[in-house]
Design a protein around this ligand. Structure first.
Ligand code: MG
Ligand code: ZN
Length: 266
């Protein structure tokens, strides 16, 4: 059996022909993936993708020095749509630098609404700036306890988040993940294999809407948390949210009804 580098080395040119080496590479990637991406099924996917002409793209990807399994997964498997939800003020009631599990309360109706969203086949990722870590207001253990509590509250409604992405940095850290920068979404998209541009971002602050804009996602502003304030201050076109609704349940109803329709952008 060829090694990783050896097989990729055989297709340095963008030749669309799929060789056994490429198939081996793809099944090698598949072996490292979880759940239904078991190895035999993966090989079957690769063969059907070959029939559809997608391996041209796969071959190009494999011709790069490092095989990117996440990219291949996203490319070759049908992706669920994803909704990316801000935490404080959107999913749970805003508390300044929330650090104690007992202070955590879901926005009314959020649990059942998320259950409906997941039942409709959507992936759900929470994307949260937690500069309280960088500022020393609370510890990673505190944050973990809050998220464990969040998991419990959601589990009571049969909801299980696909991921919680955290930016632990402060405004002066110049990281690539503090919203509105796209790092957290790109991280989650690579790991979970979804297209950020096909996602919908829900949040209560300009940074949430900016995040959606940064990754080409549609955006919904909720009026909970700082949302009413954000709405009153206004976000100028073309950076305005695609929709403004009262709260997370209303945002989810809108999504399940096929919305929001993106604003035309130049
Ligand atoms: Mg918020
Ligand atoms: Zn960060």
């Amino acid at each position: 059996m060829p090694g990783k580098g050896g097989a990729a080395g055989g297709i340095r040119t963008p030749d669309p022909i799929i060789t056994n080496d490429v198939l081996y590479q793809l099944s090698y990637c598949g072996a490292g993936l979880r759940g239904h991406h078991s190895r035999p099924e993966w090989a079957a996917k690769v063969r059907s993708a070959a029939a559809l002409g997608k391996p041209r793209l796969a071959a190009r990807t494999l011709a790069r020095p490092a095989v990117d399994c996440h990219k291949l997964k996203a490319m070759l498997s049908p992706s669920r749509p994803f909704v990316l939800i801000d935490r404080d003020g959107t999913l749970n009631v805003e508390v300044n630098y929330l650090s104690r599990p007992d202070d955590l309360a879901l926005i009314p109706g959020a649990g059942p609404a998320l259950a409906r969203l997941q039942a409709a086949g959507y992936g759900v990722v929470v994307v949260t700036n937690q500069s309280g870590l960088a500022r020393g207001y609370f510890t990673p253990a505190d944050l973990e306890a809050v998220h464990a509590r969040l998991g419990e509250l959601l589990a009571a409604h049969g909801v299980r988040l696909d991921a919680i992405e955290v930016c632990p940095h402060g405004p002066d850290d110049d990281c690539d993940c503090r919203k509105p920068r796209p790092g957290m979404v790109l991280r989650a998209a690579a790991r979970l294999g979804f297209d950020p541009g096909a996602a919908i971002v829900i949040g209560d602050k300009p940074a949430d809407i900016g995040l959606g804009r940064a990754v080409g996602a549609r955006t919904i502003l909720v009026r909970t948390g700082y949302g009413a304030e954000t709405e009153a201050a206004g976000i100028a076109h073309p950076d305005a949210p695609d929709a403004i609704v009262d709260d997370l349940p209303a945002a989810i109803e809108l999504i399940l009804a096929g919305g929001p329709t993106p604003e035309p952008r130049r």
